[in-house]
Write a protein that binds this ligand. Structure first.
Ligand code: ZN
Length: 132
């Protein structure tokens, strides 16, 4: 894995959270994107080399809605950039990690993504992402 690509934060209201993070980081949301398949609305901010992804649920069945019900707002996942997501998924499976999908899925911000189950990684949801 190359580097942390972004940190995902689950929020109740993406507009309000966007304003807060714009003030916090002294920058602006540069992109918002809806990922219907995942049931999320996303907003991205960049500060230096670091990227923050805000995630709001589109409906009650969204994984983000379930996360917020269970744990409240907060850090939802850490995403790592990979060059070859298929190879990395195979490697992690061989190492015994549980992946949340068999194949990479289209994610926000022109990425192919796959998640590693938090129970495999000490309670942290890990996202692999490859630029497309
Ligand atoms: Zn993400």
């Amino acid at each position: 894995m190359n580097k942390v690509e972004h940190i995902g934060i689950a929020v109740g209201n993406i507009k309000t959270a966007g304003y807060i993070y714009e003030k916090l980081l002294n920058t602006t949301v540069y992109k918002t994107e809806r990922v219907e398949q995942e049931g999320v609305e996303t907003a991205f901010l960049q500060t230096g080399p670091n990227k923050i992804e805000l995630l709001q649920a589109l409906h009650d069945d969204s994984p983000i809605a379930k996360f917020i019900t269970k744990k409240g707002e907060g850090i939802h996942h850490i995403a790592f950039e990979v060059d070859d997501i298929i190879a990395e998924m195979e490697r992690l499976q061989q190492e015994g990690f549980v992946l949340l999908s068999d194949k990479p899925k289209p994610g926000a911000d022109n990425k192919l993504v796959c998640f590693v189950h938090p129970k495999s990684a000490n309670g942290v949801l890990i996202e692999l992402c490859q630029s497309i």
